[in-house]
Design a protein around this ligand. Structure first.
Ligand SMILES: [Zn+2]
Length: 71
């Protein structure tokens, strides 16, 4: 379990408050949904697995996929 956590700490150190664990816990970012205009992520406590937060990224630069015309 320890090495499992360390692996994610190396990747990105994000901590959020977890009610279940009673303190700031390392969380894992997980892709939840792919939306037409972005992606929805949630953050889960590495200790108990509770969802502690979510993030939505917007596709700002690319409004749409370029239309590919195959001929
Ligand atoms: Zn927790």
């Amino acid at each position: 379990m320890r090495s499992f956590m360390k692996q994610y700490e190396d990747l990105q150190a994000t901590y959020l408050y977890c009610n279940h664990c009673g303190g700031s816990m390392p969380v894992r970012e997980r892709l939840l949904l792919i939306l037409p205009d972005g992606e929805l992520y949630d953050y889960r406590c590495l200790e108990c697995g509770a969802v502690l937060g979510e993030k939505k990224t917007k596709l700002g630069a690319k409004k749409r996929m370029p239309q590919e015309q195959k001929s």
